[in-house]
Design a protein around this ligand. Structure first.
Ligand code: NDP
Length: 308
């Protein structure tokens, strides 16, 4: 399902929106949410962040309304979050007594099993609706409002969630019931890592065989082995900058979720478990705060040669 026009009126009812988690992704999503809320309902988006100074800076820079306590978000009709993990989302939502019939849109790249448990609890205990809506496109895509949003939820909640997510997306797709967005995102990210590892492994062999990595990238990008990760190699790996902006620890988390998914659904899978293991080793070697493109360095170290 493609996103609808941002100009289209969602509902005449004044809708109070809020955003929790103003990190590398959330700070941009919250800015787009604010613009959408102003356009739709002439209301600012409320923003909360664990480090309150970031919320105050966001309000100053973008016109959002910083709140200092989670309880102030209890007036939200739509509450969006972008936190590291589903466990963080569950912990934070424990402190917000949301209104009955309100909608939670969770943009965290979450765990589908934990997300389904959380959504069921919110619905049963408080009659709160839940849509998981992780995004792909990195901080630059979030800044430009061009990420892809993958939604999991009840069809009755998807219309409003799609409109809201359309504020920061070039594409919004309903993947299935609650948890389907998280599952799709985890598989997307393990494929992202796999493509990068595969390209690195291939280029290392080519370098040892006397082919310059930059030349190989030029050829492959114009050939049938091309992928987004091969396109990214010059900027992130060949340059030695390793600064895509996505933490290795978060990628490791996503690959672990993908590993659990294939273990439960297709235990015959052999490639994804290998990628999951490599991500774990890279995280141990370089630390959770390293850029995820540093997974290439693990293979470089083993090969005894670098691509730069
Ligand atoms: P960041 O580390 O930049 O931001 C994390 C946010 O979560 C910050 O606002 C942080 O607050 C908050 N936070 C951390 N721990 C807690 C806690 N215990 N309680 C409350 N708030 C907390 O992460 P990203 O924005 O990069 O990632 C967020 C989500 O988006 C993750 O699930 C990630 O996998 C996903 N994602 C990231 C992409 C990327 O390229 N960066 C791309 C697509 C998805 P504080 O400011 O106080 O630290």
């Amino acid at each position: 399902m493609a996103s609808s026009s941002k100009k289209q009126k969602v509902t005449e009812k004044k809708t109070v929106v809020g955003f929790i988690g103003l990190g590398a992704m959330g700070s941009h999503l919250a800015r787009h949410l604010h613009a959408f809320s102003q356009e739709q309902w002439d209301l600012p988006a409320l923003v909360w962040n664990r480090t309150p100074e970031k919320a105050q800076e966001h309000a100053k820079a973008h016109g959002t309304q910083a709140v200092s306590s989670l309880a102030e978000l209890e007036r939200c009709d739509v509450l969006c979050l972008c936190l590291p993990t589903t466990a963080h989302v569950a912990e934070v939502l424990n402190d917000v007594l949301l209104k009955a019939d309100s909608l939670v849109i969770d943009c965290t790249s979450g765990d589908p099993v934990q997300t389904r448990e959380l959504a069921a609890k919110l619905e049963n205990v408080r009659d709160v609706h839940f849509v998981d809506a992780p995004v792909s496109g990195g901080p630059k895509g979030a800044e430009a409002g061009t990420v892809t949003s993958m939604l999991g939820g009840d069809p009755a909640d998807i219309a409003l969630a799609s409109q809201v997510c359309g504020a920061w997306s070039k594409k919004v797709v309903h993947c299935g019931p609650v948890g389907a967005g998280d599952a799709t995102k985890a598989i997307n990210n393990v494929m992202n890592s796999a493509h990068l590892l595969l390209a690195t492994e291939g280029l290392l062999a080519l370098k040892k065989a006397g082919v310059d990595p930059a030349t190989a990238v030029e050829v492959i990008n114009a050939s049938s082995g091309a992928s987004l990760q091969v396109q990214r190699l010059p900027d992130n790996v060949l340059s030695r900058k390793f600064n895509y902006g996505f933490a290795l620890g978060l990628m490791n988390k996503d690959c672990g979720i993908a590993g659990d998914l294939v273990a439960a659904q297709t235990p015959s899978a052999s490639l994804i478990p290998k990628v999951v293991a490599l991500l774990g080793e890279a995280t141990e070697r370089f630390g959770a705060d390293a850029d995820y493109t540093q997974i290439a360095m693990l293979l470089e170290e083993r090969a005894g040669v670098t691509l730069g």
